[in-house]
Design a protein. Sequence first.
Lengths: 881, 110
Amino acid sequence: MIEKQTSKPPKWASKLLEWYCRPELLEDLQGDLHEYFDRNLASKGPGRAKLNFVLDVFKFIRPYTIRKLEILNNLTTIVMFKNYFKTSLRSIARNKLFSAINIIGLAISMSVCLLAISFIAELDSYDRFQKDSDRIYRVKNTYQFLQEDPSGFASTSILAGKLIQEQVPGIEASVIMRRGFSGDARLGEKVVPVSAIQASDDFFKVFSFELLRGNPETALSEPHSIILTDETAEKMFQGQDPMGQTFQIGTDETPYQVTGIVKKPPHHSHLQFQSLVSLITYEEQRKETPDETYWISWSNMWSNYVYLKLEEGNSQEDIEARLMPINDKQNEQSDRVKINISLQPLLSIVGGEDLSNQIGMSMGSEATWIIVALTFIVILSAGFNYTNLSIARSLRRAKEVGIRKVVGATRGQVFTQFIIEATIISLIALVFAYLLFFIIKPEFLNLEPEIQQMLLLENSPKILVFFLLFAASVGFLAGFFPAAFLSKLRAVSVLKDASSTKLFSKVNMRKVLIVTQFTLSLIFIISASIEFKQYKYSLAFDLGFNTENVLNVRLQGNDMDQMANAFSTIPEVSQISKSAMITSVGSRYGENIKYEDPTDSTTLYYNIIDENYLPLMENRFLAGTNFESRPLQEEEESIIVNEQVLKRFNIGTPLEAIDKYVQIGRGDGVRKLRIIGVVEDFQYATIQDGIESFGFRYQPDRLEILNLKITSTDLMATMDKLEAAWDELDQVHSFEASFYDERIQRAYAEHSIIFTIVGFLAFLTISIAALGLLGMGVYTAETRLKEISIRKVLGASEGSLVSLLARGFMWLLVISAAIAVPASYFLFDSVILATAVNKASIGFIELFAGVIIIFAIGFVTIGTQTWKAAKSNPAQTLRSE
Amino acid sequence: MKGTNLGEFEEVVLLTIAALTDEAYSVAICDEIDRVTERKVKLGVVHAVLNRLEKKGFVKSELGEATKERGGRRKRFFTVTHAGKVALTKVKAQRDELWSLIPDFNLKIA
């Protein structure tokens, strides 16, 4: 036995021969070489025999043995193609149920994939309109405080931009920009709010925004120059020639002059602006106070942006290497904070790395990857259906394959046939998917205003080609397994006795596929319910103050007392207070705080309020009193803190803390404030974060928001009244108000978006998996019909028959549940919600409601089919035997 | 059909096929030539010649039954076609004529 094994000629040489040799010569030649091999084996031993065999294989590479280019063969393939197409259509039409299950499943999941494809294609199309977009880079900052994890910022310092311009070779052009310029432009009687990006003079050398009028070289080189977009210019001047016009903006005395008109940035530009103001304006203003140099320091990196266009032949790495010395030199001066600059390609700004402080919109790679992963899972599920059902049905197709092979089909041809069938199904599904795509597209866009702003999801011919390619590859992948399996069947064994072939050796694979499908569906459904609970929990969370019926109105620069008086005349407004910001929705102010020990400091988060705020919000006092109304001019002297401040500095009980002093601020700005009150801890940040030191301060000049307590039965009418009162005082800005509860809802929108998306996907995967299960149920009932009838004749009850048939499937569901429940628990407990301080507990209901639903669906689909089979009359089914 | 000229080795192979009658397949032909002419012939050469002869139409071939030998591969058996027989006879006739022209021929060294 062993000898026989070693005495085989080398396989690879044999394969080589098969590959190059003409089919009509092959068999005989192989035989000859074999015969010589056996001979050599006897006379010269296995080593020489093998060597000779290999040499012979090579010697036989001659013109007459080598296959001709397979033009002839391809010709038959083309002819056969028609036949494959025809048989595929027939097979699809004959098995209506299976085809329907596959097409529906694929169509549903493909519609989601189409969404994802257009989503990614659109992200990718961002900023491509810029000339030489592959040579444009943004300078990004990596900020590291001591040994903490470094964090990435899209912004950088003006200093970085200047140093690069001075010291780094290989850069064709660079532009420094600054955001946050806004003010009211006064054009005689008319007032128009204007916001701008401040940009240095090489703006148009880096970017190719279309300058309609003005000189691109000089338009931004003088102070107080402004370039308007055509849209803004039309709004401001309505038909008049805007070029050269001057107007004041905000409190700046010097008028700004229009030096150019630029076309409104295209939608697919991450950089959006209404107007551009020369950066030199800002620099000149700063230079008026030469002592203050923070604006041009290395660490002032929060609202400036630098974009570079590299010279041709310079790579990102080249330039980054040249930035290293700058980094090293600048970081020498600081021992606690390290700020490093590096480059980010323009084209990966929208879909790439997640950076803070973006100048425009950005989706971030994380969101993109999540979307890709989720849609992949959905399409996988539908693909599994196809694979599963096709293999299950292969018993019926086996004879067809046998006949084809007898008639002369090669393995490759049979394979092609089945792949074509799968592809046809997938293309039919694409048609339906495309229709569904139009239904789900607006839903997706409406999920969040930001998505709507960023994406159009329009159909371009390019996208349609992607769709087609996608459908074809789905068909190929889904059909690959069944095709490979069926094409491997041997004609002789299939035709002699179909049941003797190893058709059912694929049963285990099928089981694995079903389990995977249901596990994924379960994870989706459990995730959705956990997210939903989390969302509800966040909204219902007791923040420690009352947000009900509180309307927050942004003052937008109006006189607050005047506005408050106007509102107070409306009877539905019962109380009015003022604050600097809205707490508990995510943002917060922070400042340094010290108690008696000068070396011990921490961050105090704070809000600035007036004396009416705490009573209106119903914050609970533990000791002390509220602020008293004081005139604007007086120095700030008191503070109200929360319990955490007392704990942090060991100040003792709330009563003891009253009249103690804390120091707020840094350097020259330190203020000594007396604690006049202590409030109970409340959630000033979103509830995922814990509660730390917080204080209320009293600085009337920094108030920006009016908080109105509304007691009204007719909200619409009240809102109209408020708006009317607003419009009376301010004709320029529109009334911006939102209810506190709405703001909180928006702050937790993330949960509701995840819930919506995952819930929807859960619905899809479950439907698809259920369809698959239905198919398997039908198939099982069909193939085992005779068995069932015989069992019935022998006395089996209908109930026992159903349980016999359904048991196997139910086991698969049990296994899926056993995998999915712990997996999703782990996912949420240790990954997604791991860092949240306040979170809803993951309960039995969230974990098992989904399981029960899946079991119910599974039982109904399998049960009905098996029940039908069990009910059938044995006399009918057995008669024909 | 290529030229009908019969080369020397081609003639030998063709004759061997005729001599082997029902057993004429590549390896057997090699062996037979080996035995009769005591020439070491390579399979590759014989194979190429067989292929050429078939193209010229002097032989035809068909695959035999599968056996357990030769790794289960079938043998290709060759038979001489009518054209082959004609060519062989022609060659023989030419030779015979030449022989007949020789007046006195023996192997004794003169």
